[in-house]
Design a protein around this ligand. Sequence first.
Ligand code: ZN
Length: 136
Amino acid sequence: MTPTKPLPQPDAESREFWEGVKARQLRLQRCRACRRFRFYPRAVCPHCLSGEFEWVVTAGKGTVYSYTVCYRPAGEAFAADVPYIVALVDLAEGVRLMSNLIGCPPDEAEVGMPVEVVFEDASPDITLYKFRPAAP
Ligand SMILES: [Zn+2]
């Protein structure tokens, strides 16, 4: 039997984020005190330690900070996907996320390329966010 891919396990702090992804929105926490965005979701601002925050729907646009092309899968469940791209994406809101870059041949991936979020249903309960090339 082919193993299944691990999926996110939403908890009290990340549930709003994952519900947003399921609703085709990339929502980030923004601190009410210093107004900075943060990722991953957490109770306290890493910049000023305030516990006051709001959820903001982002445009889901950013640029590739770095990436790697995986020719060896990160486990049997990913074997059919190689080669695939794992990328660090800097969102316009100032946070960095890790995900897959899809819709892009590996030899066309570039640091600094503009990308936009896309959503893929992974199970009835979990949707994943990924990125694809976007017009500048
Ligand atoms: Zn803050």
